[in-house]
Design a protein around this ligand. Structure first.
Ligand code: SAH
Length: 229
């Protein structure tokens, strides 16, 4: 009897260790995302499916599905799930879209975008974060995400123009180079400002006329200039 009990314990331990937090994600979506007005079913589904606990330090795993930003090292943070969902909904992505993200960080926002679009190009200025998130995104099977270590102020000219551009670090002013890399009919969503920041939505029409609107106040890490070693 004893031997059988030990065998059972051994057999079940990997399952316990690899808790997938599906219930926690379900609750997060219900209490913090759907209840606060996010309606796009594709966004709600991807928020339910994306394992945020894998994008944060192991020691913070129990807080993975709370609606808060969390530190990811190098003085950077993973955004609050509601903000990720809200910005993703604002982007109004289509399956054929080519998307540029500035500020890969943990890779979570890129993982949320990946199932919704054709291809995600994402730039991170902290090299170890770029490497780490590229490896994680690959492990999770997101073959349509390309991570580059570099300075997002220049965008990704070789792959431009983009249908959608999202910034997850706040520049004092949205760089013109990024607006230039937006396709006609494209949309850019970005936090802008210094101590006081607002989420800005820029639409470029088919004649390349640009329209800007403010969504709401936010708090992101600053978008810094120049590569840091
Ligand atoms: N999207 C991320 C949130 C990252 S926080 C996630 O889902 O986890 C913002 C990130 O922007 C940080 O990792 C920071 O290093 C990066 N960043 C800041 N300035 C940048 C720049 N000029 N170019 C590219 N990345 C930048």
């Amino acid at each position: 009897m004893k031997a059988v009990a030990i065998m059972l314990m051994l057999a079940s331990s990997p399952v316990a260790a690899q808790q997938d937090y599906a219930k926690e994600r379900e609750r997060m979506v219900r209490e913090h995302i759907a209840s606060r007005g996010i309606k796009d079913p594709r966004v709600l589904k991807v928020m339910r499916d994306t394992p945020r606990h894998l994008f944060i330090p192991k020691s913070l795993e129990s807080r993975a599905y709370h609606d808060t930003p969390l530190p990811i090292g190098y003085n950077q943070t993973i955004s609050q799930p509601y903000i990720v969902a809200s910005m993703t909904e604002m982007l109004a992505c289509k399956p054929e879209h080519k998307v540029l993200e500035i500020g890969t960080g943990s890779g979570y926002q890129a993982a949320v975008l990946a199932p919704l679009v054709g291809k995600v190009f994402t730039i991170e200025i902290v090299e170890p974060l770029a490497k780490q998130s590229a490896a994680l995104l690959k492990t999770l099977g997101h073959a349509n995400v390309e991570v580059r270590y570099g300075d997002g102020y220049a965008g990704w000219p070789e792959e431009a123009p983009f249908d959608r551009i999202i910034l997850t670090a706040a520049p004092p002013e949205i760089p013109q180079a990024l607006i230039d890399q937006l396709k006609p009919g494209g949309r850019l969503v970005a936090p802008e400002g210094r101590e006081w920041q607002e989420l800005i939505v820029i639409d470029k029409d088919e004649q390349s006329r640009v329209k800007r609107r403010r969504a709401y106040g936010v708090m992101f890490v600053p978008m810094v200039k120049g590569k840091r070693e």
